[in-house]
Unconditional design. Structure first.
Length: 275
């Protein structure tokens, strides 16, 4: 006989609904291990059925290790804003981030294979698809390693950033790094510095500039020179160290950091946002 305490025990283990747990135990003749497998299989089926659904809502969180030298961002997507704002969903994302911080997997594939609960991260996500009834996807996992790393989560859990600088954190350096992390959130730079912009992006910006200049009726012999000038504007607007510092536009970001402490600069940054 399946008792209410049995159902509740399975619910505590799996997080599945009461009726789903009762059915799983009934189908498994009271065998808890078999019941967990039953629920997991149900989750697999739900995942398959919802594979073509869009999961554009979700939660983006960031965290740094206690020594301040490593940071991670995770993005767990779902289908609806209602689920994204649910405390259990935020807790699930937080637990994934905590695991990433502890284990430091090398990439998203390795992250999905990490042991978690009674299975792997991938299994936990599948189990929650079955429990929640929406498509879930661990879509992004980013890391930064540096002498000092700062994390910033924008209110609403839809955008998070990491900034790593080249000097060990002290009060002034931490505050400056956090200011730059907020800059990354607000201004969405495409690269750290001029030399870090990829060739494809540069070529695209040059072609756009040239077409704009031609449309203005400028002579062809002037197009290349003017386009290079527009490219410098692109660097100023789109590369982090060359952007105007949003809290004091007398400086660019590089100058601002150097004013805080001579030689202070950003080594790496990451920005993850829900689309």
């Amino acid at each position: 006989m399946i008792t209410a305490s049995d159902v509740n025990k399975l619910r505590q283990i799996t997080g599945a609904g009461m009726m789903d747990c009762k059915k799983a135990l009934t189908e498994s003749n009271g065998d808890f291990e078999a019941a967990v497998d039953y629920l997991r299989k149900k989750g697999q089926k739900v995942a398959s059925n919802r594979a073509d659904r869009d999961a554009k809502e979700g939660v983006v969180l960031a965290k740094v290790t206690p020594d301040g030298k490593h940071g991670a961002i995770v993005c767990l997507n779902c289908e609806t804003d209602f689920v994204a704002k649910n405390d259990d969903f935020v807790k699930l994302t937080t637990s994934l981030l905590d695991l990433a911080i502890e284990k430091n997997p090398s990439n998203l594939e390795s992250f999905m294979a990490l042991p978690m609960g009674n299975g792997t991260v991938a299994d936990i996500i599948t189990d929650n698809i079955g429990r929640i009834g929406e498509k879930l996807e661990l879509s992004r996992y980013e890391t930064v390693d540096a002498e000092s790393v700062v994390a910033y989560i924008h209110p609403g859990n839809r955008l998070a950033t990491l900034v790593g600088v080249n000097k060990t954190s002290a009060d002034g350096i931490y505050e400056a790094s956090r200011n730059v992390a907020m800059q990354v959130a607000a201004m969405a730079p495409v690269a750290l510095d001029k030399d870090d912009v990829d060739t494809e992006t540069l070529n695209r910006e040059l072609e756009i500039a040239k077409e704009q200049i031609r449309a203005e009726g400028k002579p062809e012999e002037m197009v290349e020179k003017i386009a290079l000038g527009k490219l410098n504007k692109f660097y100023k607007e789109s590369t982090l160290l060359n952007q105007e510092f949003i809290k004091d536009n007398k400086f660019n970001v590089s100058q601002y950091l150097d004013s805080v402490e001579k030689g202070l600069t950003v080594k790496a940054f990451r920005r993850v946002a829900l689309s």
